[in-house]
Design a protein around this ligand. Structure first.
Ligand SMILES: [Zn+2]
Length: 184
């Protein structure tokens, strides 16, 4: 593991927060690969943030009595196949974060504050995952999408081939097909 490069971007040395003139902001770009510590891709269903994409991290750090409060934005571009016309579409997940790092983190509430470093990786990963669109994703421009729409049976076939766990299509999912995610 290359500690040097991941330290520089995803881990904040606490010593820098304790100086007379402490750093207040943390603005870095890291590759998604640096966030995938446990071979878990940044993916929700068919929506993926590829490993070679960058995540922009723009944070304000505040020393508080409990630990360190972190707020700001985390952003990354995602890709997916339009569920109707199967063209690749993309979008940007922009997460607003406001989190607390403390020495004894509470599960789901706060993140672990290390002895010497504040490790941003888990927080960044979770923030992006929460902002990825869920359910059926389609072209934003409906006109463009329907122009070359294949017949619907093809779309269903592709969907069931790609999702190994999906057997026959549950009719209850039909309601989800009506959902359109507008990225405006
Ligand atoms: Zn489309």
């Amino acid at each position: 593991m290359n500690n040097e490069s991941s330290l520089s971007a995803l881990t904040v040395p606490l010593e820098r927060l304790q100086r007379l003139e402490p750093i207040r902001t943390w603005q870095v770009e890291v590759s998604v690969a640096q966030l995938e510590d446990s071979e878990v891709p940044l993916r929700i269903g068919d929506v993926l943030v590829p490993s070679d994409h960058l995540v922009a991290i723009d944070l304000v750090l505040d020393k508080v009595s409990e630990g360190v409060a972190v707020s700001g934005n985390v952003a990354a571009k995602w890709i997916a196949d339009c569920s109707r016309c199967l063209r690749q579409i993309d979008g940007e997940a922009i997460a607003e974060v406001e989190e607390l790092f403390e020495q004894n983190p509470r599960e789901g509430e706060s993140y672990l504050l290390g002895d010497e470093f504040l490790d941003l990786a888990a927080m960044v990963r979770e923030a992006i995952l929460l902002e990825l669109p869920v359910g059926v994703v389609r072209c934003v421009n409906a006109q463009e999408c329907s122009d070359e729409a294949p017949n619907y049976a093809d779309v269903k076939n592709k969907a069931s081939q790609e999702t190994s766990e999906s057997e026959s299509r549950d009719p209850r999912w039909a309601a989800l097909d009506e959902l359109v995610f507008d990225e405006e």
